[in-house]
Structure formats: structure tokens, C-alpha cells
Design a protein around this ligand. Structure first.
Ligand SMILES: [Zn+2]
Length: 136
């Protein structure tokens, strides 16, 4: 099964590189909803966040912070979102882990919409307990 991010990693598909090291690379996103949108991607074919080991997760986020600062300085953006999707229900499109760095400009047309109604403390305490019990 061919994977576009593996193809780019091995030099078999074109991309506009922003950064490249032994473990992680960053390229311009094909879609530019705002200019300077970048993808940060591990070279290894890892499907989603659940399969990242600690060392690679740390490397990816170190590169992400570095690239975010460079996007800010290059674009003079007013803000920046990091979007990372897992699973079809999470709107993952390419099943090779990647982070979207989306520069934001005041009054741009990008929206992230969800219900911002605060939950009760009882619900929050129960949910936090269930997640904490599954940390390992
Ligand atoms: Zn891949």
C-alpha cells in the first residue's frame, strides 16, 4: 500500500521542504487555507498518535515548536493552531501521523466549532478518573 508521506520521505514524491532531520521532516501543506501552512511528519510510517513512542513524540514536538516560531516570523501571523487528527471519526485523511501548523490572521475565515458549554465538576471528575486509570 503506497503512502504519500512515505513517498515524500524517500524522495519519490515532490514536496516543498521546510525542515528535514533524521527522524522528522516538515513540508508545505498542499492546501494553503492561510499561506504558510506546514505539515510536520515523522519519517517512520506510524499511523497515529497512539503508536508514537516517547522519544519520537518528543522529537516531533521539538520540531513543531521550532517551525511554529519560524512560521510566526515569516508570516507575521496573529495566531497559530496545531491540528492533529486520529481515525476516520477524527477526520484523519492520510494514515501516517502528521501535525498541521495553521497560521491564523485576525478575521480569517477558518473556524473550529464545538459546544463550549461548561460541564459539571462531577462529570469532569468522573471523566478525569477514567482517563487517569488508563495511563500507562
Ligand atoms: Zn507512511
Amino acid at each position: 500500500m503506497s503512502c504519500i508521506f512515505c513517498e515524500i520521505s524517500s524522495g519519490n514524491a515532490p514536496a516543498s521542504f521546510v525542515y528535514n532531520d533524521k527522524h522528522v521532516y516538515a513540508i508545505m501543506s498542499l492546501e494553503q487555507p492561510n499561506p504558510y501552512k506546514v505539515l510536520v511528519i515523522p519519517h517512520a510510517h506510524i499511523e497515529n498518535i497512539y503508536d508514537l513512542n516517547d522519544q519520537l513524540a518528543a522529537s516531533i514536538f521539538q520540531v513543531t515548536a521550532k517551525i511554529a516560531r519560524a512560521i510566526r516570523d515569516a508570516s507575521s501571523c496573529d495566531g497559530l493552531n496545531i491540528v492533529q487528527s486520529n481515525g476516520e471519526a477524527g477526520q484523519q485523511d492520510v494514515f501516517h501521523f502528521h501535525l498541521h501548523l495553521v497560521p491564523r490572521f485576525t478575521n480569517d475565515k477558518i473556524t473550529f466549532a464545538w459546544d463550549n458549554t461548561p460541564s459539571s465538576r462531577d462529570v469532569l471528575d468522573q471523566l478525569s478518573k477514567e482517563i487517569a486509570e488508563n495511563l500507562h
